[in-house]
Every structure is written in structure tokens, then in C-alpha cells.
Design a protein around this ligand. Structure first.
Ligand code: GLY
Length: 281
């Protein structure tokens, strides 16, 4: 609602009687992405067996993913390919972007640490930056934000030093950081993601529900254990076509689901949240 209209409504005046009040500047909705590396086949793998990846198909699928974001009103700012950084399409792991600040991570896999410099250069245009420093490690894929709470997976990628540092950096902004044990998958957001204001999509075999006391839960179909990663954007969810039974469960709950093909990045243990960093207003 325009501020001018709100003032009118409150004091019962016609809008023309109120001096013009300038609109506050609106922040653009920007999705930061990166082209798939031609070295994607040399990606890190933690739980999956290595399978042949079709890089051309992966790029085609990534274009469609970017288009799904555009369709929901986001402007894509895409970084060029990093031919020496196989996992660099998974930009989510390099930063935690909040309204007040962006935290540049220190990824747990040494092969991924060089990914952060180019991300910091872009995010520095939009946010103040703070950093996770050695010996701390943190992957953005382990960080699930629900309101002012940041749940952080104590995975093979994020250590207690990195999680403690994240808490210290964000406490002044009113965020609380809560470590959550995760097992059987790469990141916390492989196990659980938010799909509505009050609902988490979860695979309870990877993470226990008791860590999220205020929330309701939607369990993935048991034949789709990797289906807990969904990208919530307002009332919409971008979701992988690889998990049709879970997609149907989400739709039955009234959630608007847009599906995208992710077969190639999934072979690299990627998922829909991994492939963008959202800078929301
Ligand atoms: N291949 C994704 C990762 O290990 O970070």
C-alpha cells in the first residue's frame, strides 16, 4: 500500500489533501547465478557414485532454471563460467545473503574455496560483506533461514568454528544461529527446506524434526529420499522434476509448484537451492 494512501485511510482524508510523500526506493529482486563449468564432471562427490554428466544438457537445464526465476520476477545476474572450478555453479554455498549484510563463506571442500572471490566482488555492490575465516568452514547449503533463525547443518562441510563465527557475525543484526546434526546427505538443505511460512519439506531420516519446534512438516515420498530440496519464492516453489510424487504431495497441500529438469546437476549432488543466491528486497 502506498504510504500516502495509508495516511489518507488512517485520518479519513481524501488523498488530494495530503502533501505528496516520496515512495521509499525499492530494492530490485536479483538472482545471482553462474554458468555451469566445463569441468562439472570433476565435481566433489560425498554420497553419490560418479556418473557421466552431459555438460551441454546441464547448461540447457540451467537456462530453464534461470527462466523459472525470471518468470517469478527475478532479474538474473549471471557470472561467467569458471573452467577450473568444477562446482562453481553451486553459488549458494559461497554466501549467506540477508537484508542487512552478506556473509562470504569458507567452503568445507578445499577445491571450492576459490569460488568465493568473484561472488564477493558482485555481492559487494549490494550489501556490506563479512567473512568466515580459517579454520572455520561453512557451506551456504547448510544454512536454512526461517525468519530470524538460521539453522546450520553440522555436516562434513560446516564445522563448529564456522558456525560459531556465523552466530557472532549475525547476533548484532538480531539473528540466532542454531546448529543441527544432519546425516546421510551432503547439506542440511538436502534434508529440509521451507515451502510455506509454516511448513518444512523434510526427509526425517536425514534430520530430526525436533530441531524445528515451531514448524509443521511435509515428509518427502519415501521413494524420493533426495526430494527435500525446494526453492521457496513467496507463495511459489521451484522444484526438481526428478521427484514427481513429492511434487504431487506439495500440490495437494495447495502449494504452487514450478518444476525444472535438474538431472545433470543432481549427478553432482546439486539441487534447486544450490544454483542461485537471491537478493530480495
Ligand atoms: N558437488 C557439490 C559439492 O560437493 O559441493
Amino acid at each position: 500500500m502506498r504510504l500516502q494512501y495509508l495516511i489518507c485511510s488512517l485520518i479519513g482524508m481524501s488523498e488530494t489533501h495530503v502533501p505528496s510523500v516520496p515512495e521509499p526506493p525499492k530494492r530490485e529482486r536479483i538472482a545471482l547465478t553462474r554458468e555451469i563449468s566445463s569441468a562439472l564432471s570433476r565435481c566433489e562427490l560425498t554420497h553419490l557414485q560418479r556418473a557421466a554428466i552431459d555438460v551441454a544438457l546441464a547448461r540447457e537445464q540451467h537456462r530453464a532454471y534461470e527462466q523459472a526465476l525470471r518468470d517469478l520476477g527475478w532479474r538474473i545476474e549471471s557470472l561467467p563460467e569458471e573452467p577450473e572450478l568444477p562446482d562453481s555453479v553451486f553459488v549458494e554455498d559461497t554466501a549467506i545473503v540477508l537484508d542487512e549484510v552478506a556473509v562470504i563463506t569458507r567452503p568445507g571442500a578445499p577445491s571450492r574455496r576459490a569460488e568465493t572471490a568473484s561472488i564477493a566482488a558482485v555481492l559487494g555492490k549490494y550489501r556490506d560483506l563479512v567473512c568466515i575465516e580459517s579454520p572455520g568452514t561453512l557451506d551456504g547449503g547448510d544454512v536454512l533461514r526461517v525468519g530470524r533463525s538460521l539453522y546450520v547443518g553440522t555436516s562434513s562441510r560446516s564445522n563448529s568454528t564456522g558456525i560459531g563465527r556465523l552466530g557472532a557475525l549475525l547476533r548484532p543484526f538480531g539473528y540466532r544461529v542454531l546448529p543441527v546434526p544432519v546425516q546421510g546427505c551432503l547439506h542440511l538443505k538436502s534434508a529440509v527446506t521451507q515451502v510455506t511460512a509454516g511448513d518444512l519439506l523434510i526427509n526425517s531420516r536425514y534430520v530430526e524434526r525436533r530441531h524445528f519446534p515451531q514448524m509443521r512438516f511435509i515428509e518427502v515420498d519415501e521413494s524420493e529420499p533426495s526430494g527435500a530440496n525446494a526453492l521457496m519464492i513467496g507463495a511459489d516453489v521451484i522444484y526438481s522434476r526428478s521427484y514427481p510424487r513429492t511434487a504431487e504431495i506439495l500440490r495437494q497441500r495447495g502449494i504452487r509448484v514450478s518444476t525444472v529438469e535438474m538431472s545433470e546437476t543432481e549427478k553432482a549432488e546439486g539441487a534447486v537451492t544450490c544454483c542461485s543466491l537471491l537478493l530480495s528486497p
